[in-house]
Design a protein. Structure first.
Length: 319
């Protein structure tokens, strides 16, 4: 084969890559979604890179976006935790660690649960209870400091130890509560973790509320409540703009690398204002040259790509 001559059998490869390049804009259309699974997703959270506040990426993401199994998850150095609810008014969210015990199912030898120090989350108001610890838990301490268990709450332990799930731990049902610890106020130790291994407790649960029947732990609600800061808003100074963007049906996001605020509207149009005032933001248009033109639909773009590919094939044939 002569040097410098392009083997004709390889010609389709650059052509194909050109084709895929043309397809690229399609995949970035409507890149931010306002929901993930059944959860509404609003600022400061986002469903992916460029969505919501950069502070919450990549700790909060939507996995399997678009399909029915998709769910919003929090990722920390100890694991991946499904987010089960978000309260935007109180700036709290609830996660359900897969190895967290509750009254019906208890998990022995649970891995530690932890948050990242650098992350924008703190422990919220749910109540941690450590189960199957070395007795007596009144002397349980972190590194020899003051006791960590709240002795005034031992009735919660008695309730939990009447749970059917307790059978899967190595303790008898209705066992004395001195291997159970209501860890309040809870703090994540120096590692940023609920250090079950260090404390030698087998399992933990986190109680959110006691439901209508406070004495029936089967009807309590379980989950870890976390607080999230509003720092993202302040950092941007974009609270009103973001609210207006969301009211107009857009999703708040940011444009890397400088992370300017963007309002991501349907059909891939990004503006610096909101989706209703797009006309005033011609410079932010996806197609800057034709500010008033609607972006071609995906079908149209696909058609264009096919057409261009066909042109190339014809051109190559003629060579
Ligand atoms: C619009 O913004 C989103 C989020 O930052 C980004 O993923 C997408 O590529 C942007 N679209 C355009 C056409 O610039
Ligand atoms: C208890 O935990 C199991 C296993 O994680 C879960 O399937 C179930 O929904 C939980 N029940 C409650 C009431 O939270």
């Amino acid at each position: 084969m002569a040097i410098g001559r392009f083997p004709s059998s390889l010609l389709p490869i650059p052509l194909l890559s050109l084709f895929f390049l043309l397809l690229l804009p399609l995949s970035s259309l409507s890149s931010c979604s306002s929901s993930c699974g059944s959860l509404p997703v609003r600022y400061p959270f986002g469903t992916g890179y460029g969505c919501g506040s950069p502070l919450f990426h990549p700790s909060v993401t939507c996995t399997g976006e678009g399909d029915e199994e998709s769910r919003l998850v929090l990722t920390t150095h100890t694991g991946i935790y499904p987010i089960t609810s978000i309260s935007y008014s109180t700036s709290t969210l609830t996660i359900s660690p897969p190895a967290m015990s509750n009254c019906s199912t208890m998990f022995p030898s649970t891995p530690n649960f932890g948050l990242d120090w650098s992350g924008p989350f703190q422990l919220g108001p749910s109540l941690f209870v450590l189960l199957d610890c070395p007795a007596p838990t009144s002397s349980l301490t972190y590194k020899g400091k003051s006791p960590i268990c709240d002795a005034t709450e031992t009735h919660l332990c008695a309730s939990l130890y009447s749970c059917p799930g307790v059978l899967s731990l190595d303790i008898p049902i209705f066992a004395p509560a001195d291997t159970c610890c209501v860890y309040s106020p809870a703090s994540l130790g120096p590692k940023g973790e609920l250090d079950l291994q260090g404390l030698r407790c087998a399992a933990y649960t986190s109680v959110m509320s006691y439901g209508d029947v406070a004495t029936d732990p089967l009807r309590w609600r379980y989950g870890v409540v976390l607080k999230f800061g509003q720092t993202g808003f302040q950092q941007y100074g974009k609270a009103e703009v973001c609210a207006a963007c969301e009211r107009s049906g857009g999703v708040c996001g940011y444009a890397p690398p400088k992370n300017y605020f963007v309002c991501v509207c349907g059909s891939g149009v990004n503006t610096s204002v909101d989706c209703a005032s797009q006309e005033n933001a011609a410079t932010e248009y996806y197609l800057t040259s034709s500010a008033k033109t609607q972006l071609p639909s995906q079908g149209n773009l696909f058609g264009c790509s096919i057409f261009v590919l066909a042109l190339f094939v014809v051109a190559i044939k003629a060579m």
